[in-house]
Design a protein around this ligand. Sequence first.
Ligand SMILES: C[S@@+](CC[C@H](N)C(=O)[O-])C[C@H]1O[C@@H](n2cnc3c(N)ncnc32)[C@H](O)[C@@H]1O
Length: 340
Amino acid sequence: MSNPVQKNKEYKKFIVDSRLQYFKPHATRIEKTFAEEISSSLGRNLKSIPPKFFYDKKGSDLFEKICSVLEYYPTRTEISILQKLKTELSLFLDGDFRLVELGSGSSTKTRLLLDFLTASQKTTEYFPIDISEILAESSEELLNDYKNLSITGIIDTYEGGLEFLKTYDDKKNLIIFLGSSFGNFSPVDGYKFLEKIFSTMKPGDLFLIGLDLVKDTSILESAYNDSKGITAKFNLNVLSRINDELDADFNLENFSHYAVYNEKDQRIEMYLKSLTEQSVIISKSDLELKLQKDELIHTEYSHKYRLSQIHDLLDDVGFELKHTWLDDKKYFSLTLVSKN
Ligand SMILES: C[S@@+](CC[C@H](N)C(=O)[O-])C[C@H]1O[C@@H](n2cnc3c(N)ncnc32)[C@H](O)[C@@H]1O
């Protein structure tokens, strides 16, 4: 099968090493998409900023810090499950698999799977997909640590990366989507996204998804309102990014971080609250934003799930359930499914 990545004129190719190449959309496309999406999402009555825009360099660094704050249980809990799972996963792998990761970030958790895959396969291919430049940095670190690893990265949206993968070649893929990032989608968009993953997979491919579970409201709200204020900085940073990249004049002092658990819809809702009546110019989006005092800009959902909901959802899309792993407190889940 020909390699569509190399033919794709929308992307610039970077060859770092014989074992590391990555692809990135041309700068003009990135800037245009950012300006247009902000113009449309902040131009509505119910204002919002898509969460994928959190992850400039500073946002990705702040997310890494969130992962180690005491209140943010998801990262350490998912790591504890991955530590248990890696030996059991081999029971489900017949032959060699390429590891594909959606939203790979710093690839820290990935290492637990790479330890196992690189030890059991002569060579291992890793295909990280992430909208953030952090991908390039993390991939270089992985190369130094795993000698029989080769990496093809896509610095783009999940959807862009999955399009590449669809016609890439005939090798078997183990696709992973960790950190409960799937919980950022609305239920309707999440269902469509799972269908996209399903249609990208070939028979025999596997998909491992990490999802956060419903639990006590106080534990959930503390996780998104940490006492060191790192999540607040992360949330506010998206305004600095818009200032820098879209020539805007947000005054960060006029906004505060607000995160609350919506029990009915089983989700943390994260907002930026306008502390005063104000207007903001976003030049490259051609927008003058008017905000009332206490008006909310929605920045993120983080849905929480019951196990039965996870299983029903995956089953409805057409996946075959292989196994679900949990931690001792049943805070977090990792579910492996296949496409037959
Ligand atoms: C919550 S972090 C999770 C990182 C890591 N997988 C983990 O579990 O710790 C989400 C990651 O996905 C990336 N990301 C967010 N939205 C994205 C999108 N729409 N397309 C591609 N990457 C995205 C971010 O840059 C970030 O690295």
